[in-house]
Design a protein around this ligand. Structure first.
Ligand code: BES
Ligand code: MN
Ligand code: MN
Length: 456
């Protein structure tokens, strides 16, 4: 595949410059003050796709941030690949923890440092450049569609409707997504599972005002203390979740499949060292990889209430809150889990406090089979460029819209991710190695080639 390597070689600096201009647009979907930046990002992408050779590119407004659709139809009789990605990024805070400004991309030690360098601007941009490469070298073997959204990081609230409203426009044979990780630069892998998500906010309220803790303490239920007790009781001594019915729909993975999973290289010491902990923790009876890939989990994302400023203030707070999320496995339903959580949480409220529960967002998990033409095409493509057959792995992360694609469009997705766990996505100093960026551009055209050949 000399034409691929040659094209990348001749244009590699321009590819980077173009990616950098996209990264410089601070398209943070969670912050209303970036509304205009979201529009600018779609315009930049739309221009890029038209210059690369798309027949048309159109920006669709939604109740939230716009969605970009573009396509190149060679012949309706040929197979069609639909590329999905997101141009929105997570907020950059805490900004003071960044070594270089989050929206001014910088290369250090062979890595691009910036918010969105990996998630998902860097990974999405590989697809734009692979598309350009196939057009300019006359090697595009099939039709291509792009659907790029700006609300993935806030739960894709408008994309499901967009899909059901535009089923014909989005018709395709496979959805191709680069928004996940691989094991290591020398250990290629393909993600075949994603976890679902159920995200809630709870509030515990007690007395009608903050009270003097000497005049009332010991005689009145303290909402902050009660919230802590309630949260602590959500998992037991085996680190299993205690919500009634929580595990009912969890599919147990067979011993054979677990044995297969265990063959995947994983260094527990390095895992612990990379995040600065001396001991891992999780559900009894499962390994760390199983806890992440095939088991659900529950985490407090934030907790607040009462006096948190400097010094001491002797009060008994009138209210306390927490944000709690649960990662779910395939076959669990996020709405049902929301309901079970709410019933359970209310049932364990001690006398003297009231509890309210609000669902923030959620979505379902995903598994993809490996005996399909699309998986085989992805596997062959990676084997060609990395020199090793990729390992199928289940990831602990979530991209809830992937299960919606299957439900609404009836099409499976291939999660061909080139990120690394060490890319610090959602954290300060997010980065994406140049090696992975260029390898992605090299691998994607091979996926198109093998997929089109197998679909003939
Ligand atoms: N790209 C990530 C998801 C991801 C990363 C999956 C690495 C597998 C490996 C995506 O942008 C993301 O952050 N998803 C959110 C879910 C969303 C509903 C906010 C997540 O997993 O927290
Ligand atoms: Mn992402
Ligand atoms: Mn993300």
């Amino acid at each position: 595949m000399e034409h691929i390597k040659n094209y990348i070689d001749q244009h590699k600096d321009r590819f980077l410059e173009e990616l950098f201009s996209l990264i410089r647009i601070p398209s943070v979907s969670a912050s209303p003050e970036h509304k205009e930046d979201m529009v600018r990002a779609t315009e930049a992408l739309s221009k890029g796709l038209l210059e690369a050779g798309a027949d048309r590119a159109e920006v669709y407004s939604t109740e939230g941030h716009p969605i970009l659709f573009a396509e190149k139809i060679l012949d309706p009789a040929l197979p069609t690949v639909l590329v999905y990605g997101h141009y929105d990024v997570q907020p950059a805070d805490p900004v003071e923890k960044w070594k270089s400004p989050p929206f001014e991309p910088e290369i250090r030690d062979g890595k691009i440092y910036a918010r969105g360098a990996d998630d998902d601007k860097g990974q999405l941009f590989m697809h734009l450049k692979a598309f350009e490469l196939m057009i300019k070298t006359s090697s595009l073997p099939c039709n291509v569609k792009f659907m790029i959204e700006g609300e993935e990081e806030v739960g894709s609230p408008n994309l499901g409707k967009f899909c059901s409203d535009h089923k014909d426009m989005l018709a395709c044979d496979v959805i191709l997504v680069s928004d996940t990780t691989m094991i290591a630069p020398d250990i290629p892998s393909i993600t075949v599972g994603l976890r679902g998500l159920s995200y809630l906010e709870v509030e515990v309220t007690g007395p009608n005002r903050d009270l003097h803790s000497g005049l009332y303490g010991g005689a009145v239920a303290n909402p902050a203390s009660m919230l802590c007790k309630m949260i602590a009781s959500l998992t037991d001594e085996k680190n299993r979740i205690t919500i009634k019915g929580f595990y009912d729909d969890v599919l147990e993975v067979s011993q054979e499949e677990r044995a297969e999973m265990a063959k995947r290289p994983f260094d527990l010491e390095e895992f612990k060292q990379s995040i600065g902990i001396d001991r891992e923790m999780g559900e009894e009876g499962y390994t760390t990889l199983e806890r992440l890939g095939i088991r659900p989990s529950l985490d407090v994302n934030g907790i607040w209430g009462g006096y948190t400023e400097k010094g001491a203030k002797t009060i008994l707070p009138s209210r306390a809150s927490a944000k709690i999320s649960m990662r779910l496995v395939p076959n669990q339903n996020s709405r049902k889990i929301d309901r079970l959580f709410e019933e359970h949480f209310k049932s364990i409220a001690p006398a003297g406090v009231n509890v309210s529960v609000k669902s923030l967002h959620g979505g379902e998990g995903y598994v993809s089979p490996i005996d399909t033409p699309e998986y085989q095409a992805a596997s062959r493509a990676m084997e060609d460029t990395f020199g090793k057959k990729p390992i199928p792995v289940r990831s602990g992360g979530s991209i809830p819209i992937i299960s919606t694609f299957e439900k609404v469009l009836g099409v499976k997705s291939i999660l061909l991710g080139f990120g690394l766990d060490s890319d610090a996505i959602h954290s300060p100093n997010e980065n994406f190695p140049l090696f992975n960026f260029y390898k992605g551009i090299e691998t994607i055209p091979l996926f198109y080639k093998y997929f089109s050949e197998m679909k003939k």
